[in-house]
Design a protein around this ligand. Sequence first.
Ligand code: WT7
Length: 665
Amino acid sequence: MTDTVPSTAESHAPDEAHPEGPAALTFAPSPEFARQANATADLYAQASADRSAFWAEQARTLLSWATPFEEVLDWSGAPVARWFADGRLNAAYNAVDRHVEAGNGDRVAIHFEGEPGDTRTITYADLQREVSRAANALGALGVGTGDRVAIYLPMIPEAVVTMLACARIGAPHSVVFGGFSSEALRSRIDDAGAKLVVTADGGYRRGAASPLKPAVDEAVAAGTPTVEHVLVVRRTGGDVTWTKGRDVWWHDVVDTASDKHTPVDVEAEHPLFILYTSGTTGKPKGIFHTTGGYLTQAAYTHRNVFDLKPETDVYWCTADVGWITGHSYVVYGPLINGATQIVYEGTPDTPHRGRWWELVQKYGVTILYTAPTAIRTCMKWGEEIPGGFDLSSLRVLGSVGEPINPEAWTWYRRVIGGDRTPIVDTWWQTETGAIMISPLPGVTTTKPGSAQVPLPGIAAEVLDDDAQPVANGQAGYLVLTEPWPSMLRGIWGDPERYADTYWSRFRGLYFAGDGAKKDEDGDIWLLGRVDDVMNVSGHRLSTTEIESSLVSHPSVAEAAVVGATDETTGQAVVAFVILRADAVTAGRPVEEVQQELRQHVARQIGPIARPRQVLVVPELPKTRSGKIMRRLLRDVAEHRQVGDATTLADSSVMELISAGLAAPK
Ligand code: WT7
C-alpha cells in the first residue's frame, strides 16, 4: 500500500463528513417530463443485459467513425482499458463538421457573453471555419499529430476553438486553468512537454482586465525547453512584452489561415487531452484521456442526464474550460450532441449579482449545470435577486463538484427551478472523464443531497475496510467495479503512480478516494474525500501541495493544512504553521506574517489555494511515526472539541496549540 491511501484512523471517518438530508423528502419526475425524456427506465435494463453491447451501441449511435470498430473492450492490459480500439475517428469532426454536413450549419453552437457585455454568436458553420483556420495555423507553427499543446486562456471562444483545433490534428491539449500561477503553469507545460502555449493578453474578471501573458512569459523564462512558440489572442488590448521569433499573434496567423482543413483520423485510443489535477502528494497528476471512449460517454451522459434536445434546448454549463467539467460539458459533450450553448467569460456578480439570471432570461436557457458553491453563494445574496428575472425557460438543473447539501438542493429547485425542474446531482471526477452516478431526470425519484444511482452502463459499490460491500444504511469507500469508456488511461508519464493511486487499495477495483453511504433504498450519498485532498468551491486541492508551498517560504519551519467545513465554499483551506525562530524574533506583527503567507500560496499555486486562515502554532500534532494528525487540526479549525489524541507522540501538543490560539495576540 502507498501513502496515497491513508488508513482510516488518519482520514475523515466517512460517516462524520456530511449530514444526510431529511430522508422523507423526495421528488418524482412529473408525468409530462417523463413522457418526453430521452432516457427511460429501459436504459438500465438494456445496459445490465449486456454492458458491452450497450456501450458499443452508444458509441455507434452517438459518434461518426471514419473506420468502424469491431472490438468493444480490451481489459487484458488492466488497469489500462482499451475501448473501441480498432476504430478510427476525429473528435473535432464529430463535434463540428458532421453537424454542418447534416444541414445544421446555421444552428448556433455558442452564444458568447464577455464580462464587459460584448457578445458573439457562433454557428456550427462559423465554428468549422474557425477551427479549421486554427488547425492550419497550428500546423504552420510546427504542431503535428501527437505533439502536446498547453492552453492558458480565459473563458473566450478561442479556448474552445483551440481545443478543437488540437483535436483536429490529433495533438493532445493540456488546458491549464487561467487562475493558476506561472509556476503551476510551468510545471504542467514541462510535464507534458508542450511544444506550443496558447494564451491571451488577458481576460476580464470582476470588472477589470486581468493579464495572462506575463505568467506565460515567466513560466517559459523559468525553463520549459520544449516550448517553441507562444500563440497570443488579443482580448483586452493590454500591453504585452513580446519575444521576437517565439511569440505570435492569433490575428496574424489564425485569421489569415485557410478555413479548409481535413481532420486527421486517429485511433480510438489516441490521447485527446491531458488535464492536471491535485493528488495527495505535492506533484499534480496529468490525467490523460483518449478519444473514442471518452467522447462516447461524454455525449451519452450529456444527452441522457440533461435530457438534451439539440433543436430546442439552450444549454449552459458555468464551468471554466480549465476544469474537466468544461472539457466534457462545455466542449465535447454538448458539441458532439449538436447543442446550442452559452459561454460566459466572467464572474456571477459582475456587474451585478443578477448577471447569471439575466443571461438565463436573455437567452432562454433551458438546462443549467453549475456547482453547489455557486448555489450557496446565490442563497446568501438572497432569493429576490433571481426573483427579479424570468427563469421560466429552465427545465433541467444540474449540480457537480461536491456533495450538495439538502438545503441548497431544495433552494435550487424552488427558487431557480420554480418548484418544477428535476435536479440532477452528478458525481464524477477528472479521472472518470464523464458523469458516473446521477439520477436520470425522467426516471429517478430524486432525494435532495444524494447522487443516488450509477448510470446505465456504470457499476459502483460501497465497500468497507475489508473490501466487502456495506449493507444498506452503512458508510464506506466508493469504488467502481467495471471499466467504463471514459475512464482515464493513466497518469501522463507515470504508469506506476496510476496503478498505485487508484488500483491498489482494493485490488482490481477503481478506488475513487471518496467516502459514501448507501441509504435504506441502496441509494448512494457522497460523503467527501477520505484522503488528503480538499474540495474548495468544487476544485480539488492537495493539502501536501499547499504545505510544500508554505514550507518554501523563509519564515516557515513546518506546516500542516486541513480542509475545514465552510458554509459557502464547502471546504476552506486552513493552515497551521510553525514559524522559524528568526521570523518570530524579527518582531513583525503576526498578522503581517499571516497575510504574507496567504499571498505566498496564492502566488505560488493560484488564488484558489489561498488559505482562508493561517494559524501560527508552537507545535504540530504527530503520531509516533511522525505522521501529522490532520483530524485533530480539523477539529481546531472547525471549533470543535478536539477528538481522541491518544495516538499522539506527545499528548500535550493539542493543549499547547489550543492555548496558543486562544491567547490574545
Ligand atoms: C471530486 C472530483 C467532476 C467535475 C468536478 C470536480 C467531488 C464531484 C460530486 C458530487 C459529491 C462530488 C468528489 C470527487 N465531487 N462531484 N456530485 N457529489 N462529490 O472534479 O476536481 O476531479 O474532483 O469532486 O470528491 O472525487 P475533480
